[in-house]
Design a protein around this ligand. Sequence first.
Ligand SMILES: Nc1nc2c(ncn2[C@@H]2O[C@H](COP(=O)(O)OP(=O)(O)OP(=O)(O)O)[C@@H](O)[C@H]2O)c(=O)[nH]1
Ligand SMILES: [Mg+2]
Length: 327
Amino acid sequence: MSVDVSALASALRSGDRVALGRAITLVESLREEDRAKAIALVQATASAGADTHRIGISGPPGVGKSTFIDAVGMTLVAAGHRVAVLAVDPSSARTGGSILGDKTRMARLSREPAAFIRPSPAQGVLGGVAARSSEVLRLCEVAGFDIVLVETVGVGQSEIDVADLVDTLVVLVAAGGGDELQGIKRGLLECTDVLVVPKADGENVAAAARTRADYAQAIAYIEPRHAGWHVPVLECSSTEGRGLAEVLAAIEAHRVALIDSGGWERQRAAQRLRWTMTALQEAVRRGLQADAGVQARLGELRAGIESGAVAPEAAAAELLAVFRGGA
Ligand SMILES: Nc1nc2c(ncn2[C@@H]2O[C@H](COP(=O)(O)OP(=O)(O)OP(=O)(O)O)[C@@H](O)[C@H]2O)c(=O)[nH]1
Ligand SMILES: [Mg+2]
């Protein structure tokens, strides 16, 4: 791919969707030679995101995330927002294409000119999907999308990772028979800003109301992520539209509460620092892999490491010394 970074950056700033697609492809590229251009591009667009709202939508497979995003996305577009939807697959090892952010589950939103939907990349991405997500998110903001919805499959740790990416984390929990609360991780509740029981319709209405009451009770014992914010526990039906206005109001109330308390800027500042450390670790890891001296010495040490004659820690220390010497 031959890319003129400054032309791409200005096309991006003018809101060009084709440019946005190309920019995302560039930052997700597996090719080492694209990385320098990707870095120049994200630096050229570094001041993005002052007036945007990054909202994570997390929950177990099939809980109703994409359908929810389609419904609330349409409401947000109708209110004049430009909405980008990203899918982040934290496992990133999963093969067989993206099941997240499936456009067929966002049938209405995917036809909206004011919306942009980016499914999760089908294969691996240099440095992992999660590591690239903050870059992709900022590219969307530079292109004029003021609300970014990040869909992610919740599998324990992953909500905590996505909490690092967004301003507001909405967690969807399935209505169940009553014993599901035991399985819920305290860590998950601790990073949730708005808790929602979806599919509160049809035969599911009573179960959803029960589950909502159970979570409302459980959440009272949890220290909220932001002092002064009480995590609302709501129910909704994305297919019938019931309760969606309340969920959107809660998301907006969270934004306002954070801005008023100063937590908004503090959180974004902390996130930028963590993204920097992630990028640094990734750059070092790639540097180690590409370092001829390190790889040569590893080749020499390998048999000894495998047989146990050389302690892994000693080998690592020596390889690091080679890396430092060669840098
Ligand atoms: N009755 C009802 N069904 C729903 C609702 N929302 C989603 N569904 C159904 O639940 C199934 C899964 O919905 P998705 O929106 O794809 O769920 P998801 O969480 O995005 O799924 P993954 O991305 O695969 O993890 C689909 O069959 C939807 O039609 C709802 O509000 N009510
Ligand atoms: Mg989905």
